[in-house]
Every structure is written in C-alpha cells, then in structure tokens.
Write a protein that binds this ligand. Sequence first.
Ligand SMILES: [Cu+2]
Length: 507
Amino acid sequence: MKRLLLPVLAISVLLALSGCGRRMTDADMQTGSTPLPAGETGGSEHGDFGPPQGEPVHAVLTSPPNVPPATGRHAPAKVIVELEVREVEKEISEGVTYTFWTFGGTVPGSFIRVRQGDTVEFHLKNHPDNKMPHNIDLHGVTGPGGGAASSFAAPGHEAQFTFKALNAGLYVYHCATAPVGMHVANGMYGLILIEPPQGLEPVDREYYVMQGDFYTAGKYREKGHQAFDMEKAIDERPTYVLFNGAEGALTGDKALKAKTNETVRLFVGNGGPNLVSSFHVIGEIFDKVWTEGGSKAQENVQTTLIPSGGAMIAQFHMEVPGTYILVDHSIFRAFNKGALGMIKAEGPDRKDIYSGKEVDSMYVGDRALPNLASVSEATAAAATGNLTKEQQEKAGGALFNGTCSTCHQPDGKGLPGVFPPLAKSDFIAADPKRPIDIVLHGHSGKITVNGQDYDSVMPPMTQLNDDGIANILTFVLNSWGNPGGRISADEVAKARAAPAAPAPAAH
Ligand SMILES: [Cu+2]
C-alpha cells in the first residue's frame, strides 16, 4: 500500500494556515479524501457532527464472516439497529454440541456498521423462548455501562436506547448481565464498526472473525452435549479456543476466500472472556494493522495482540495462491484447542515470490482436508450402533492423512532408520491390538520392525478421540498387507482408562 502524498501535503497546508492542532486521524491521511474543516473530526472531542439528517435508515446486520457494505454516507443519520438475542444449541466441534447465547443467532453476533456522528436507536430483543435476561454493553458507546442498564431485557421483552457514535473505530460489544463472565463465555459478543466520516479506503474483500475461549464440562472433542464449566472458566483453563464459535468454522469449505492481487481487510475481535490473542496468519504479513481498533495504522506486522474485549483491523495484499492459516500463535490453542482458520487465495503461481509445494497438510493435519464427510458419516453411524467396518476404514483413512502420515508416510512405508513402516509390519501382525496402546501412550526405546531396529520416540496421540483412534487402526489393519480385523471405540476407551502398560524392557 502506497500512501498518497497529495492529501498529506494538503493537510499540512491546512494545518499551517489554521495554525491549530486539529487532531488528524491516520484515516484522513490514508483515504486521501478532502479533510474536514478544523475541529470537525477526530474523536469524541469533535465527533459530534450535529443532528441526524434525512430519513432514518435501518442498519444492515451480517452474520460472520460477512461484513455489511460501507455506509457510503457523508452526513450523520439516524440509524435503527434491531438485534435479537437467541439461545441456541449448535455444534462447537464435530459431534459436540453446546448451548450458545447469541446476538443474532451466531457467535460472534451480527456485525454492525455505522458512521461517526450517527445517532443510533438501538433495539435489543430477547426472544420469548430464551431462559435468561440479557443486555448489551457496546464499547463504541459514550455513556455509563455502554448501554448495559438501558438495554436490559427479560425473555420476551424488548429494550430501546439511543446513543451518538462520537468516536470512530472498531469496537467490541458484549452482554453484561450477571454472571457477566458466563454470558460472555457462552458467546455473547460481536463487533460494531464506527466508520470515520470519510469512510475506510476501498479494498476487495472484508471479513469478520472473532476469537473466543470456551469452557466445557467434557474434554476437548469429547462427544455429546457439553455443559458450561464455571470452575474451568474461573481458572482460565479453556477447553476450546475458537474463531467464529466452532471448530472448523473457517476451514475446509468454509475457508475465507480471496484471489491473488486482491487486498483483504479483516475485522478481528476477541470476545475472551479470558485469553488475549496473538493473532497471526501463517504465510502472510499484514501490510497494515490498526491496532486495538483505533485510528493509527502500524505497518508490516507479523503477529498482533488483541486484548480480551478488544479488536483490530488488518489489511494485506495477496500475492501467492494457496492456503493461509489463521491462528492464535499461542500455538497449542491452534492445534489442540481449535483456534485455526483458513484463507484460500486462488490465482496463477508466483514462483518468483514463492517456489511452491503445499505445506498446509504438514502444518494443520486433519484440518487441511477439504471436508471430513467420511468422519462425520462414521460418527453418525456409530451413534446409531450401525457402524460398518467399511465406514471405519474410510473415516480412518481420512484421519490417517495428516495425523500419522506426517511420520509413517502416506503409503505407510515409513522412513528408513527414522519412522518404522506400518505397511506389512510384523510388529503389528504379532499382536494387532498392541497399536492401541502405542497410539494412546506413544512409544520410546528400541523397537524392531521387519528386521530393522528403530530407537526413536513416537509422541502420544492424545488429541484423537476414541472413535478416531479405532477408525485409524481399523484402516491400518486393513491396508498394505496387514492382517485385517477391527478395533472398536470401546476397546480404545478401556485402554485409555487403564494405566499405561509398563514400557517393554529394551534388552
Ligand atoms: Cu446475556
């Protein structure tokens, strides 16, 4: 992104002429629009552009990852926002459901976009099927509680209040009904963009992403309906850390899309309730970041901090086609708690910038697959007790790739002297149940497979759930000349519950 020199000069001239220190926002400089007369922009001091003009307008609200179009307005308006709170049960991860409390039916809640100087008439509706009272605290509001007390609504009720959007910026909104932490942990947050008077510079794509931490009674990926766990929340030990409220909300078919040579703008918030995000896109550099959602842009940023209850705007130009991975770079959260999304850029190769070879499956394992339809099918079949061996093999094959294949190789042949083969393994043939313990607990020390000695370490694959392991091993047993047979999720569950078998003596 190149800065336009002309408006900068114009502003300097203006400042010199007026001789006063009009607070100039960075946005003024970037958009190159005609600066407003001194004293008419730049924050709350001068952010009141007078009474609303024209007919009231209804705000367009969008579900993530979509962002409403620019307001395109050049004068303050009266804007009506109608937001409905709904308590909904949804998947938080494959086969795992959770009761989310939402603004607009989604986590994060609907994106709201207004212009600095607008007068916003806010209607908060609490759906009659809901169980809880709720309200809203918008960080873009100037006034005690950010609207909380004025918007309190019991189920089946609607509350209304009005505020003037004095400051431009990207702001978090959230529920502030006691227990506040619980309402936020259940997904009650979203973003409101208050455009500066001249708008934001045009880009090709805008997307809405919001991180949040979740606390379930069961372990990560433990199947079934999961209740909120207050203890874990107080201890700040999340089970899930997620973008857009579900594991896989931004991967596979749901990845964000772009083309090379386009400029992408991400509006990223962090609802918390507890964690601070180290937001990073693997393989991209942010050309600009408006840190903390404010008016000044930093340039050439790799990883940016987003506080809990804070936001930022990142902008980058896409050069090289491929898959870019969104993560919280507190990296266990990405690979073991779900904080992982994708942007897929289509376009011709740019070998001059990057030589090629898709690396994302190395990085993201099973999440790199376009979809895990076979895994979902096996999960559904297992739930009804009709799981066939063929379904297990198909699901297991999908999971093997990117999980075990990184070491044992996609063809199961391993790497000489480093990773033993699973193909035609005499170690597996000698005891086809033994791999259960190896996958659950890992293996270190000397091991002999097909006459070759290995003395290395296989880490425990504890991120896999019982049916995942059962399916992978059923796939392995029925592939590459292995003896066949079947492993059930029950067998894996029993082995998981039993104390780890003592490591076999090396000599
Ligand atoms: Cu609430």
